[in-house]
Design a protein around this ligand. Structure first.
Ligand code: G
Ligand code: G
Ligand code: MN
Ligand code: NA
Length: 254
């Protein structure tokens, strides 16, 4: 209960901030986008991990305010970077299942775009497979989002249980290979490589872009490139960092 009360004040207390993790083209090393990851630095509790406060925000309904703040802040940041001379091609923002309830997600996204002037195709919304499968009317909500012109990605792909027939109906552009499949990558021919390879192939045959999450080593990156996955996100390229730090690492003169 105390945690909930603190969380409810966290936005106005300026304790909530966004970290940004680079997404890169493996071959060229160029920045293709960033993923926004919400952080809570509580005066009373210190750093509270999202795995603790996101579920709480979902249970209590606070996710509506938090999600709206995240979307607006992420879009605003794209404009600020651009003014500072850093063009980040794409901003990825995570959506929680609760944000789909009551039909409110497309209007929310539309408002964030209108208020910030960010071009819709530069915003990518990430939804996990389980959110998609567990949300009634998910197809309708996803179509509404698609209608705004934003891009859509399926997060943690391979860990859920979406049917491929259903997947084919969704207007998504990107699959994110869950980092559990990247962590286990081994020498060519090893059986634990099979899922990552299968997802890359699936992306190719469905004309979807594929990005690997949790890439930590050059060996993993080389493996992905060999198998036709050009894009990656992970500690090898950068941890989630504050906006100013991303600018310092990727901006003019970096
Ligand atoms: O950055 P970290 O690994 O601690 O993130 C933990 C989890 O929190 C991830 O699964 C991520 O998808 C989720 N998460 C991070 N930021 C947001 C956000 O703004 N909204 C939602 N719904 N989930 C987020
Ligand atoms: O669930 P989602 O994929 O949205 O969240 C991404 C989470 O993965 C973030 O919490 C982020 O901190 C974490 N992460 C990002 N890159 C790496 C990595 O290379 N290795 C590990 N172990 N975690 C990562
Ligand atoms: Mn994500
Ligand atoms: Na993920």
């Amino acid at each position: 209960l105390r945690l909930e009360a603190l969380l409810r004040r966290a936005i106005e207390q300026h304790e909530i901030w966004l970290a940004y993790q680079p997404q890169v083209d493996i071959e060229s090393g160029r920045l293709t986008g960033v993923e926004a990851l919400v952080r809570w630095n509580s005066a009373e509790l210190g750093q509270v991990p999202p795995a603790r406060f996101i579920p709480l925000a979902e249970e209590t309904g606070f996710i509506d305010q938090l999600g709206a703040w995240v979307l607006n802040e992420a879009c605003r940041q794209m404009v600020r970077w651009e003014r500072a001379g850093l063009r980040v091609p794409k901003m990825a923002v995570n959506l929680s299942g609760r944000q789909f309830d009551r039909g409110g997600v497309a209007p929310l996204v539309g408002r964030a775009l209108a208020e910030t002037g960010l071009a819709p195709q530069r915003l990518q919304l990430e939804m996990t497979e389980s959110v998609i499968m567990n949300t009634g009317d998910a197809l309708q909500y996803i179509n509404d989002l698609h209608g705004l012109g934003v891009q859509l990605a399926i997060d943690d792909f391979g860990t859920g249980y979406s049917s491929l027939a259903y997947l084919q109906q969704l207007p998504v552009q990107t699959l994110k290979i869950d980092r559990s499949f990247i962590k286990d990558l081994a020498a060519d021919g090893a059986s634990q490589n099979a899922i990552a390879i299968a997802i890359i192939q699936l992306g190719k045959s469905m004309d979807l872009s594929v990005i690997a999450e949790g890439v930590e080593t050059e060996e993993q990156a080389a493996f992905l490139l060999r198998h036709g996955c050009r894009r990656a996100q992970g500690y090898l390229y950068g941890k989630p960092v504050a906006a100013a730090q991303l600018l310092a690492q990727w901006g003019v003169g970096a």
